[in-house]
Design a protein around this ligand. Structure first.
Ligand SMILES: Cc1cc2nc3c(=O)[nH]c(=O)nc-3n(C[C@H](O)[C@H](O)[C@H](O)COP(=O)(O)O)c2cc1C
Length: 304
């Protein structure tokens, strides 16, 4: 994998993208991830204004991953611009600024307020609950609401726009197609699965303060593979595959399903920051053994 990996107009020097929300808080923590081998860095989702999250405990480990309800805490776009500059000045990774808002307009305003010099692409996190819908459903819940956010952010920025989808609603392929038709340049899939719940058998209470939260880590991997497979069938724009990847075999599977790049969040807890270089070496060896080019792997499972 010595050559660059193209993702639309973006060029990644290495495969492997840090997923949003994990190590993605301070500029220096993200620089460290890039120096350990990630070719792309996604920031924790940024909102226009400072937002407090849920009270602790917000994360709990279980046998196949994590459950979390951080509550969309954010230091706001002004502070985030300072952290983005640190990554830009100290790493060669592609920087993906993840944003969220409570309305399509707020998504667009956040995109406009980002410092253009300090990031390479925007990821619109439409998988979080919003206040505009009367049901409090995420914008990713339907093609219509996903399209509204994509359209507004598209008007607000000339940078490549990636939209992050949720596995928790029907027809992820159809939603991806709609988002593509509104001008998205790429898709990230998937966000956390659920919501789920864990209960403490000594206190008899749910283990996280919000009671319910998103499930991530190895247990959700087959769902991520299926979602990427469905999206690849529906769109021409490239996909970042994420959800439960902890090994080179997982990364290869998600690429065979149709992802151009793999991404890791919870897997860092299992394997440490070396996970990116370990997986990239593993992919190189696999390609040599199979006498294949990296490009040939993307979506290869669809030939059968
Ligand atoms: C603690 C935590 C915080 C997260 N925060 C965000 C976030 O701010 N924005 C977002 O789009 N996804 C967020 N995610 C979801 C991840 O980016 C990723 O989509 C999900 O965890 C599945 O990948 P994984 O199994 O490799 O962790 C978060 C996940 C975790 C575990």
């Amino acid at each position: 994998m010595s050559s660059e990996i193209k993702f639309g107009k973006l060029k990644f020097k290495r495969n492997g993208v840090l997923a949003s929300g994990i190590m993605g808080l301070t500029g220096w923590s993200m620089v460290k991830v890039a120096r350990c081998g990630a070719g792309g860095i996604t920031t924790k989702s940024i909102s226009k204004n400072i937002r407090e999250g849920h009270k602790t405990p917000i994360i709990q480990v279980y046998k196949a991953g994590l459950i979390n309800a951080v509550g969309l805490s954010s230091t706001g776009v002004a502070n985030s611009n300072k952290e983005l500059k640190i990554i830009k000045n100290n790493s060669d990774a592609v920087i993906i600024a993840s944003i969220f808002g409570s309305t399509p307009k707020e998504f667009a305003e956040t995109a406009e307020m980002l410092d253009n010099e300090s990031y390479d692409a925007i990821e619109a996190n439409i998988s979080c609950p919003n206040v505009e819908s009367e049901f409090g459903q995420p914008f990713a819940a339907s093609s219509e609401s996903a399209a509204k956010v994509t359209k507004e952010v598209r008007k607000a920025t000339k940078k490549p726009l990636i939209v992050k989808l949720s596995p928790n609603f029907n027809n992820i392929g159809e939603i991806a197609k709609k988002v593509e038709s509104e001008g998205a340049d790429g898709i990230t899939a998937i966000n956390s699965v659920g919501p789920g719940m864990l209960i403490d058998i000594n206190t008899f209470q749910p283990k996280i303060s919000n009671k319910i939260g998103g499930v991530t880590g190895p247990g959700i991997f087959p769902i991520a593979v299926r979602c990427v497979y469905d999206i690849y069938k529906s769109v021409k724009i490239p996909i970042i595959g994420v959800g439960g990847i902890i090994s080179e075999e997982d990364a290869i599977q998600i690429i065979l399903a149709g992802a151009s790049l793999y991404s890791i969040g919870t897997g860092i807890l299992y394997e440490g920051l070396e996970i990116f270089s370990k997986i990239n070496n593993g992919i190189d060896n696999y390609l040599k053994e199979k006498k294949l080019n990296y490009k040939d792997l993307i979506g290869l499972a669809h030939s059968f």
